[in-house]
Design a protein around this ligand. Structure first.
Ligand code: NDP
Length: 497
């Protein structure tokens, strides 16, 4: 589609579920307004899917799964579908990026340069991964050959959060369908726009029913989906408390579930680090994606000998960050995704101060329409303060001082979360000790946020259960079957002779 006169013209008036190859259209029911966080205007309306509509979506996915043309498709044919989806995402990059910006408030230039490319890459990556998966054969027992085959699990419930819908949901859809499953995707009720368009584009390429979409509130549509008896597995990204509920549901129903949850990751900066690079990394890891990311380095631990200098330079740079219209290419940080979330972020200024923290910079909403927050940093007296322990999920950094490496590792580990960690040092021994000593799913040394899709991704402790990645996603989205066949003359015991 060529670009309309106004980016807002890309937003549909109504977003409905997409089931069995088509939008269901206007059927009435509960409606939820969708806002542009850049000025608070309503840009679209969401029609909530109730349990009956969710059931239709699951039945559509089941029909598509039961069709051998999909389930038993040759790997080359499946690869070709995944490559075509990647190309389609790239061909529609501006529209997808604009919808993401209008809805999530992420700066469009960044969505175009990162999230949309990442969404396309997710499909391309799994196209390549599925053609390279090795199998297992056991032949130590000379009389028998035992081999393992892998089979798609079935109908997947995929649940995505609002902070980075395209990048996160595309990973789930790509890995689910690459291994032959079908799915029902539920975006956050706050950010349905880019994913509704993505699912429509995917359906131009896949058979109907392979990728379905249901929209609505988590407690209504999301719960109906995860509770549905014909769902075979659940992949969820979102908050820790919702993750616990999902795991309870999955446990009750004995269904596999992978949950990627929150974080409060430590960013450890040693005196012997390349200071300029560490500063760039610290700013990126707390302020990119408007600060709303699970991977944020939101607890910045700095060695005491460089503390004042590092914090001073951080504050100077933070004050120069251009906060504004996410459709403007000059903007570095856009608005917070919702008014409610902005209040949640700002409430932590008072929380921090009540525990003795000092405000280093920011701490206020911008005096303009939209849900803008100044890039904020506080100096916390102790790592045990709430501002260092609770996920704020915004452009809000908490600084704490450490004495030496043991002190830094201890503080990094004093957290209920364990998603990622960052370490900045030129000393290899220190880098290795910190990376092995901090209990997280990932560690980045001297770099922020390099997402290597081939490697496992996921958290420990309250940051989640399960991993994404080439082998990890295959393990989750397929079931193993072991087959044993005699390859020599083997005699059998005879009963009843
Ligand atoms: P939520 O847990 O509130 O929601 C996530 C998704 O789950 C939404 O689609 C939501 O729907 C849905 N949902 C809510 N309740 C239920 C339920 N009872 N049953 C089924 N689905 C439900 O998280 P947020 O959307 O607020 O996302 C932010 C969180 O996500 C942060 O904690 C962040 O750290 C985490 N996150 C983790 C990542 C990781 O990879 N580890 C990556 C990105 C974010 P609705 O919104 O419509 O209510």
């Amino acid at each position: 589609m060529s670009a309309p006169a106004s980016p807002f013209d890309w937003a549909p008036k109504l977003v409905s579920s997409f089931i069995d190859g088509a939008f269901v259209g206007e059927v009435g029911g509960y409606r939820i307004p969708t806002f542009y966080p850049g000025d608070g205007r309503i840009i679209s309306e969401l029609q909530e899917a109730d349990a009956l509509e969710v059931d239709r979506a699951v039945r559509s996915a089941r029909r598509a799964f039961n069709d051998p043309a999909w389930r038993d498709m040759a790997v080359e044919a499946r690869q070709s579908i995944l490559y075509r989806i990647a190309e389609t995402i790239e061909a529609n990059a501006l529209e997808l990026a604009t919808l993401e910006t209008l809805n999530a408030g992420i700066v469009r230039r960044d969505v175009l340069g990162r999230q949309v490319l990442r969404a396309a890459y997710n499909f391309r990556f799994f196209a390549e991964a599925i053609s390279q998966q090795p199998g297992q054969v056991w032949q130590q027992n000379k009389d028998y050959l035992t081999f393992v085959t892998r089979h798609p699990v079935g109908v997947a419930a995929l649940i995505a959060p609002w902070n980075s819908p395209l990048a996160l949901a595309s990973m789930k859809v790509a890995s689910a369908i690459a291994f032959g499953n079908t799915c029902v995707l539920k975006p956050s009720e706050q950010t349905p726009l880019s994913l509704a368009r993505l699912v429509e584009l995917i359906n131009d390429i896949t058979p109907p029913g392979v990728v379905n979409l249901v929209n609505g509130r988590g407690g209504v549509t999301g719960a109906a989906l995860t509770e549905h008896p014909d769902i075979d597995l659940i992949a969820f990204t979102g908050g820790t408390e919702t993750g616990r509920q999902i795991m309870q549901t999955a446990g009750r129903r004995l269904k596999p579930a992978a949950v990627e949850l929150g974080g409060k990751s430590a960013n450890i900066i040693f005196a012997d680090a390349d200071q300029e690079r560490a500063l760039d990394g610290a700013l990126i890891s707390i302020f990119s994606n408007n600060g709303q990311q699970c991977l944020a380095g939101s607890r910045i631990l700095v060695e005491d000998s460089i503390f004042d200098d590092f914090v001073g330079r951080f504050v100077e740079r933070a004050q120069k960050i251009r906060v504004g219209d996410p459709l403007d290419d000059a903007t570095e940080i856009g608005p917070i995704a919702s008014a409610r979330h902005r209040e949640h972020i700002l409430s932590y200024v008072g929380v921090a101060q009540s525990q003795g923290a000092s405000l280093l910079t920011g701490g206020h909403a911008l005096d303009r329409p939209g849900y803008f927050v100044e890039p904020t940093a506080v100096l916390a007296p102790s790592n045990s303060d709430r501002v260092c322990q609770e996920e704020i999920f915004g452009p809000f950094a908490a600084f704490v001082k450490f004495r030496d490496m043991e002190d830094a590792i201890r503080m990094a580990n004093e957290s209920q979360f364990g998603l990622v960690g960052y370490c900045w040092t030129q000393n290899l021994d220190k880098a290795l000790r910190v990376s092995q000593g901090v209990r997280t799913g990932l560690m980045w040394v001297n770099t922020p946020m390099v997402r290597e899709l081939r490697a496992p991704f996921g958290g420990v402790k309250d940051s989640g259960l399960g991993r994404d990645g080439a082998a990890a996603s295959m393990a989750f989205f397929t079931e193993e079957k072991t087959t044993t066949i005699p390859i020599a003359d083997t005699t059998l015991r005879k009963f009843g002779v």
